[in-house]
Write a protein that binds this ligand. Sequence first.
Ligand code: F6P
Ligand code: MG
Length: 513
Amino acid sequence: MSGYGNPNVSAQAQRNGTSSPAKVTLHLGHLPEKGEIKAPYPRSPGRIDPNNPPWPAYRGYHEYSFAHATMHSRLPTILGKAIEDATRTLNEESLEERVVDLAQCIDRMEELMADLSGNAKLRPIVDDGEADVITWNKEITKFFRGKDFMSAPWLFAEAYKYRRLRECFSVSKFWNTYDVFYRQKNDTFSRSSEAVFELAMRFAEPGLISKTTHPNQKELDAQRLIFLELTQVCLWGNSTDLSLLINMTEDQIRSLQSTGGEHLAATEQNILGNDMERIWETVKSIRETKADHRRIDFVLDNAGFELYCDFIYADFLIQSGLATEIRFHGKRYPWFVSDVTKKDWDWLINNMCYGHLFPEASPAEMQALRLLAQRWKQYERDGKWIYEQHPFWCTGYTYWDLHSEAPDLFFHLSHSDLVLFKGDLNHRKLTYDCAAPASTPFEEAIGPMASASGAPKIVSLRTVKSDVVVGLGPDGNEIAKRLDEQEPGWKISGKYAVVLLSEGRPGEPVTFE
Ligand code: F6P
Ligand code: MG
């Protein structure tokens, strides 16, 4: 429609033939001052979208927040180290075509660094043939047009950075599968020898765990204790992820990874929301009621030592008959520094089987590692352990949108008897990464992942490494307030944890509008 004759269009605009609206300035000097009106939270479901989570979003421009520290300092540091890694590889390469190709990848990383440090606007992802391009660009276009690294919600901006990093390599000819974090990921495992052998020497021999699906009371009590301790091993395995380890000494890592019983009893006090007993009752009742097929899913987090702890736990679940099948969900490409890819999965098992990573280990210790790896390989061959990598896990969407954006994945997970989400990022995505009060029940905080028809039972095993904290019970707000006062930084130290269970609505029909 032409703007001519339209009273809302300025005379200048009419003369130019353009149609920008006229500016009218009102003077409101006699009206009352603007009041401080708080938006109602949680937002009603119809008003929630990736730029407007149910409770206020964390954004990089919130100075003095962890979101700001991450966007402003941690991510550029991580990217700088990634550039160093690629440069090291470049210097080792000899063939011209490959050298030139990798140099171009590094140029693209430098561009990303300039965008990140210069707080550029978030541009669409280029079509690099990845399965998630459409999902990414849909989300950017619908919710983040004109937003930059600091003004978009932290979770999205941070995930976007890792997707842009992927793009630096995915468009190349020879370096498409290159992982700039691979060297670092391997290192965490070799630097964890004490805890690695502590567990290997205890669990290498099979048959130590009663296999019967109807154990007597004594066997059941023993299994319960192992289950509770291994749940903690699996949980605390998450506290040593690489994105935060940059400045940690060997001693600090060793103390975080300690697996002794006394240590676990002490660390249980740091589990602020603790559903471990309920989880034990849940897996026990699955075994009692489902005769043939009992499936547990792990939505994995980090490679190396954490993955090793996950394997130990999953091995126990199979040996005890609590599960007959375990599906592991990993990432399709390098993600948040330490997350598991298929290559990391293969590396760990094959190195345990054939590698020489631990020159100081005794022959018995090396044999224990080999026995474990051989058994785990057999689980893979038997289809008891299955690795999967749905593209949705590497998008910027939170899991509130899993049902709508990845219906096939939701449907798939709805067939699981229990889905375990590992780590901090998965927890942020479950809870929409927003400032929900700490007393918010877990089931409310995870929205459709608990309330949608057919939602599976869900557990979050998470050491607290970022702001969102929920599920601390009715006194949660006071607990959080006290910790804020007494231990500033408690939300990013990895010292505290939550182990939370959502009952979901398993068995009900999965529907999509
Ligand atoms: O960069 C911050 C962050 O996303 C935090 O959530 C956490 O500190 C880390 O990176 C990833 O942790 P995790 O590997 O446990 O998901
Ligand atoms: Mg991770």
